[in-house]
Design a protein around this ligand. Structure first.
Ligand SMILES: *[C@@H]1O[C@H](CO)[C@@H](O)[C@H](O)[C@H]1NC(C)=O
Ligand SMILES: *[C@@H]1O[C@H](CO)[C@@H](O)[C@H](O)[C@H]1NC(C)=O
Ligand SMILES: *[C@@H]1O[C@H](CO)[C@@H](O)[C@H](O)[C@H]1NC(C)=O
Ligand SMILES: *[C@@H]1O[C@H](CO)[C@@H](O)[C@H](O)[C@H]1NC(C)=O
Length: 654
């Protein structure tokens, strides 16, 4: 098998996170439901574990009256708090008649009467979350007889070994078997019921839940604070490839409309949940005695373009592509049907500004049309990059169509004057004199012709239609290339230089840092990693630039491990990132990496801390000859965690 880094180089240097296992081969539940992510409403985010009949009636009615049902929101789910503490005489659990005087069967009839679907909630423990209910085994046929169309199955009070605490994020037994039992029981009812696995990401359910349910929570709960958005997205980074038609990563219910986020923040939240193909479950009070959702939030929830990305027939979850840490923005992108692509540029900074998407960062050179959704603008014939206004904490959400592959430029992209073509929006990810330029002509000529490229003459051989040479580009989106020849070429193709990989095994340790060997197949492509990177512990290497290399900014791909899942800190600091610093001849670049773990943190041999992720970043300070490179976490004392991510290796694009 080819080493990972050469595969990555062969693909595209701008895909910043690449993993190796093939999720699609895993068994998947096929119940014909939630073929596109489910859309609906749930009582929890606004009403917590205190739903009641009038709340459910008025909100279900509002789904219809506000046009949300027409937009696709079909399921109305009553979350925790609906039951009586004791079981009925026949052993089933039942509704609390003080809260639901007409009863659950009547509630099902009411919801179905509105043309909606009825979602019920239960828990695989001895109590439901925050209520006093005993175990629920035996209640499923009751749910089915009440006309339930969806079961959300929670994970509180479920760990027998520790005497059933409310939550245990590190149980001695995986939740999988309990969810497998319930999945089978749901199928056995014979009633089509969406099964939502809700174990908050304990034991990495992406690895097993696709066989059992239609969606599974990947993380601890969303909270009413904007930092929750980054935490949940960071957790999704290594998992997006597990999503597909009928099985979706559940990023948790929406906070849109709960008056906790600004409008741009709600747009960011809704955009990303949509394109990562999370279920879209409204968690706001749409309508009750005291509350009505605002027009601005309603407009976000009903945006037909964004809903269309979520419900797209390809069912591909957008993935993380690139992050500019200090600059405070990042890019996610995913394919849509019809040859389109959706791209989100998230502005994490608390100021409005313009942000630029360089199309090659998502694999393209030109786009026939870019629809800028939240700005309400459409632009045609976009070459190399697109710049748009974005609010504080907002997102530039772009739909690209009619795209061409990165590095491909047609003669029509150039300004032609006589026999000279000037291409002016040439993109370089890294400063290098080793880009490959392929110049292609429409037809061969019977004799050799001279092709002058940036003032240097080259020869196109007789009877040939193309010539190849190397060119220099700086790390910018506005390099210029001139080609003079008669005839002019039809097109040019520019390919990035290859990556030279420097494994952590060739770095020297200092201070707190330590080297550890990883389980077979993990810490790819090296098999070991350096950990305990702190302000007083680093890894260093003298790297000699190839003689052809130009000095300046180099695109570097950092191979790292981070499995700092923020289970218990979700409610407070809320970060699951880790910092790293890369110093080149003393010039420090800080990166804040997302999670890379895609194994269970509890039961797999690598404990998730040996799964490699890659993070692409432009680093400054490279010179000809020897370069002192130090990988560490020099600002660790200023952060939440003193330790950096673990370091596996580094690829440099010379
Ligand atoms: C249902 O909840 C609403 C809103 O909190 C409240 O006004 C109403 O009194 C509740 N009804 C019952 C029966 O508890
Ligand atoms: C699954 O169901 C079987 C049969 O009812 C039961 O014996 C077993 O304990 C259940 N497993 C779990 C983990 O709940
Ligand atoms: C330049 O790129 C070519 C392939 O594109 C590669 O074979 C060669 O090693 C590179 N040279 C340097 C000095 O990196
Ligand atoms: C990463 O560094 C930044 C800047 O020093 C800091 O604000 C942040 O808390 C750090 N992150 C962690 C996980 O320590």
């Amino acid at each position: 098998m080819a080493p990972l880094h050469s595969l990555i180089a062969a693909l595209c240097i701008f895909v910043s996170t690449v993993y190796t296992s093939s999720e699609s081969l895993n068994r998947r539940l096929s119940n014909g439901l939630a073929v596109t992510p489910l859309m609906g409403w749930n009582s929890y985010n606004h009403y917590s574990c205190s739903p009641n009949e009038s709340i459910i009636h008025s909100n279900a009615q509002a789904l219809v009256d506000l046009g949300l049902k027409t937009s696709g929101y079909q399921y109305a789910t009553v979350d925790c708090g609906w039951t009586l503490p004791a079981r009925a005489a026949d052993g089933t659990i039942t509704w609390n008649p003080a809260l639901f005087p007409s009863g659950y069967p009547a509630l099902g009839v009411f919801i179905h009467g509105l043309g909606l679907k009825f979602g019920v909630y239960s828990d695989g423990g001895v109590q439901m979350c925050m209520t006093g209910t005993p175990a629920q085994v035996g209640s499923l046929y009751t749910f089915a007889s009440w006309g339930a169309d969806l079961l959300k199955y929670d994970n509180c009070y479920s760990d027998a070994a520790t005497d059933y605490p409310n939550v245990n994020y590190a149980p001695s037994v995986s939740p999988e078997a309990r969810y497998a039992n319930m999945s089978e029981a749901v199928l056995a009812t014979g009633r089509p019921m969406v099964f939502q696995v809700c174990d908050w990401g304990v034991d990495f359910p992406s690895a097993w839940a696709p066989a059992l349910g239609n969606s599974w929570r990947i993380s601890n709960d969303i909270i009413p604070a904007f930092r929750t958005i980054a935490r949940i997205l960071n957790q999704a980074v290594p998992q997006t490839s597990f999503a597909g038609p009928g099985q979706w990563l559940d990023l948790d219910m929406l906070e849109v409309g709960n008056n906790v986020f600004t409008t741009p923040e709600e747009q960011t939240h809704f955009s990303l949940w949509s394109i990562v193909k999370s279920p879209l479950v409204i968690g706001a009070a749409l309508k009750d005695t005291y509350t009505a959702i605002s027009a601005a939030s309603l407009a976000i929830l009903k945006n037909a373009n964004v809903i269309g990305y979520n419900q797209d027939s390809l069912g591909i979850a957008a993935s993380f592509r690139r992050r500019w840490t200090d600059e405070g923005y990042e890019i996610w992108a995913g394919s849509l049907s019809g040859g389109r692509t959706v791209v989100a540029v998230i502005n994490w900074n608390n100021v409005a500004r313009s942000l630029t998407l360089d199309l090659p960062d998502v694999g393209f050179q030109t786009a026939g049309t870019i629809k800028d959704i939240w700005n309400g603008i459409s632009t045609t014939n976009v070459v190399t990059s697109y710049t748009g206004a974005v609010q504080a904490h907002g997102t530039l959400l772009l739909e690209l169509s009619g795209t061409t592959a990165a590095g491909q430029y047609a003669i029509s992209d150039a300004v032609v004057s006589g026999n000279t073509a000037t291409f002016s929006r040439i993109y370089g990810a890294t400063a290098s004199s080793n880009y490959t330029l392929l110049v292609t002509f429409a037809a061969a000529s019977s004799s050799a012709i001279t092709v002058t490229i940036n003032s240097t003459p080259h020869t196109l051989a007789a009877h040939s239609t193309s010539l190849t040479t190397t060119i220099s580009l700086s790390a910018a989106n506005d390099n210029t290339l001139t080609i003079a020849s008669n005839p002019l070429p039809a097109s040019i193709t520019i390919t990035e230089p290859p990556q030279a990989f420097y494994p952590s095994t060739s770095f020297a340790l200092s201070g707190s840092s330590t080297r550890s060997t990883c389980a077979t197949g993990l810490c790819q492509p090296v098999g070991s990693k350096i950990g305990y990177l702190t302000p007083s512990g680093s890894a260093s290497l003298s790297i000699t630039a190839p003689s052809s290399s130009s000095a300046g900014s180099k695109f570097v791909e950092v191979y790292f491990c981070n499995n700092d899942i923020a289970f218990s800190t979700s409610w407070t600091t809320g970060t699951n990132t880790r910092n790293m610093t890369i110093s080149v001849n003393g010039q420090v670049t800080r990166i804040e990496v997302p999670l890379s773990g895609k194994s269970s943190e509890l039961f797999s041999p690598g404990l998730g801390w040996e799964d490699t992720g890659t993070f692409g970043v432009l680093t400054e300070g490279w010179v000809a000859g020897a370069n002192t490179v130090v990988v560490g976490n020099v600002y660790g004392a200023e952060g939440v965690v003193n330790y950096g991510a673990d370091f596996v290796g580094m690829g440099v694009y010379w």
